[in-house]
Design a protein. Structure first.
Length: 565
């Protein structure tokens, strides 16, 4: 499925859009936008919004803008801008020539603020932030009017222009909308429109000393860009009356419709930018692209594909009610995609040496192995086989339990693509640890067939000791040790639920020789181990592989059990 083919599926937003088109609202146009704040890296929840906005625009032959709502210079950075653009492109979406910034509209936003003052809809207030909160009231009690609420229009105009000129210190004055201090919606109790802030902006530098608030900027930016359907998450539902109030009281070119949908909540991780930033700043992870994080950069580094994330967004769908999505669904979507494209290879993560005593000492065979049974066009490759090989430590038990079908003294197994071998002798070190196995092979069993027709139940992967490449392997697990810290009986800081086993680094792993030339963007299935990709930390001497996901698919089992009922 290409990005141009992504459709969000049947949902209430599509119903709204289709009814609007039938009614010829907006002249039948569909124009959406993805409006991130450049104060952090995007995560999987933003990916859902990206797919929704760009997908709907493509489906209805409309347009989708990329706009940075950069109204908070103290928390914004060019690094975040660049990373967001890279993430949107990587997911397969293109905004064409429609890249905008809220800062593009700062002069226009200022003029609109003057208009609100002149029409008696805004005033300059001298209350401090704490006093404004105190005057606002509660959900059960109305707010109190600011002593500045009836300030004359000419005086507010003068003060606001002097705020821009830099005559007053930070925090001394704000511009507020004059709406209703008794409104049951706290967002309508004279919200702040502008504040004084002497901070350099990543695009406008030190030109502005006052900055507009997000809730004031957003509807105007939508209107100036001709947006028809302004899609946002449910936490903005209570802000919609103010969104409409701003547009109703200004001479803007159009009035977009704000529509709210449930944001994505994923278990065993954190989706808050604030919490993600805390993990990065305190070096509890290795940066914004740490593969344990739900950031798009982290998922990309871990080995997730754009196709798998788009498939996940489509599977989750669009709803009006908040819910928690199982991480298993995201992993299932990745397995479904990688199963079709990942090349099958052999890698031994915890090596145990095996010497095949009756195999010719200097002989090397080239055995044929298929690259991907799910892709007939993937072809085959040659694997070197020699007297000394490595198998997994877990594939041998000196004293095996019942139904252990791997190697043990006197028992026989099949080596994938190779021969049957039988364990004859166990070699141990001074501490009694098994360090080597002496085995014999059946020369007539090449490819898993024998003349006498005998079969073994166990099959092990292996690599030639002489030809193996040493690599580092990083095994990733869930970021948190509990599905949802908010549901835990004991209230703790979320960092106390960090999974101590979220990363295991294995050195000295052995892989087949072809992996020495693995490149970023290639995907591999290590037989019986999971799906892996090359990590940017790789060097020519030591390749580093990240495990993207294990082979076990709990979501597929859930789906099958539901179908069987």
């Amino acid at each position: 499925m290409g990005a141009e083919d992504f459709t969000p599926g049947l949902n209430f937003i599509r119903n709204i859009i289709e009814n609007d088109i039938k009614a010829k609202k907006n002249d039948g146009r569909v124009h959406t936008r993805f409006p991130p704040e450049p104060n952090g890296y995007l995560h999987i929840g933003h990916a859902k919004s990206i797919c929704l906005n760009f997908g709907l625009a493509a489906e209805y032959k409309g347009l989708c803008n990329l706009r940075f709502d950069d109204t908070n210079p103290g928390k914004e950075d060019v690094e975040y801008v660049d990373s967001i653009m890279a993430d949107v492109r990587w997911l397969g979406f293109d905004w064409g020539d429609r890249l905008y910034y809220a800062s593009d509209y700062f002069e226009k936003l200022y003029e609109y603020a003057l208009h609100l003052i002149r029409t008696g809809k805004a005033y300059v207030c001298a209350l401090s932030a704490d006093q404004i909160r105190e005057y606002r009231g509660t959900l059960t009690e109305p707010g109190q009017d600011s002593p500045c609420r009836e300030r004359p229009v000419t005086e507010s105009l003068d003060f606001f222009q002097r705020m821009r000129a830099g005559e007053f210190p930070d925090g001394s004055y704000v511009l507020r909308a004059k709406i209703d201090m008794a409104s049951p919606n706290l967002n309508m109790r004279d919200p702040v429109l502008y504040r004084i802030r002497r901070e350099s902006h990543h695009r406008t530098g030190d030109r502005w000393l006052i900055y507009p608030m997000y809730d004031y900027t957003h509807p105007i930016s939508d209107a100036l860009e001709g947006i028809t359907h302004s899609l946002c998450t449910l936490e903005f539902e209570d802000h919609r009356p103010f969104y409409d109030w701003v547009l109703d009281n200004l001479p803007v070119p159009c009035h977009p419709q704000q529509i709210e949908f449930a944001r994505l909540n994923l278990n065993y991780t954190v989706m808050s930018k604030r919490k993600l930033l805390e993990l990065v700043d305190k070096a509890l992870v290795r940066g914004w692209d740490d593969p344990r994080l739900p950031t798009i950069a982290g998922l990309r580094r871990r080995g997730y594909t754009p196709e798998s994330i788009r498939a996940f967004a489509e599977s989750v769908g669009v709803a009006k009610r908040e819910s928690m999505v199982d991480m298993a669904l995201l992993e299932h979507c990745l397995r479904q995609d990688l199963n079709k494209r990942a090349r099958r290879v052999m890698a031994v993560l915890r090596p145990l040496k095996v010497v095949i005593s009756n195999y010719p000492e200097h002989q090397v065979e080239e055995l044929e192995a298929e690259n991907n049974p799910e892709d007939p066009g993937a072809g085959t490759r040659k694997l070197p086989f020699a007297r000394e090989i490595y198998i997994e430590q877990d594939d041998f038990r000196e004293d095996p339990p019942k139904k252990f079908f791997r190697l043990s003294p006197g028992k026989e197994i099949r080596l994938k693509h190779a021969y049957y071998i039988r364990c004859d002798e166990v070699v141990k070190d001074a501490k009694g640890r098994v360090i080597e196995l002496r085995c014999t092979y059946d020369p007539e069993s090449r490819g898993g067939w024998t003349k006498d027709g005998r079969k073994v139940l166990g099959t092990s992967h292996w690599v030639s000791a002489t030809h193996a490449v040493d690599v580092e392997v990083r095994l990733y697990d869930k970021l948190l040790s509990v599905p949802d810290p908010a549901n835990e009986k004991e209230e703790k800081d979320f960092k106390e639920y960090l999974n101590p086993n979220s990363l295991e680094i294995l050195k000295g792993c052995k892989v087949e020789p072809g992996l020495s030339e693995a490149k970023p963007g290639q995907y591999f299935q290590f037989l019986r181990q999971g799906y892996f990709c090359i990590d940017p930390d790789s060097t020519a001497s030591i390749p580093v592989f990240n495990r993207s996901v294990t082979l076990r698919d709990s979501w597929a089992k859930i789906e099958k059990s539901q179908q069987d009922k």
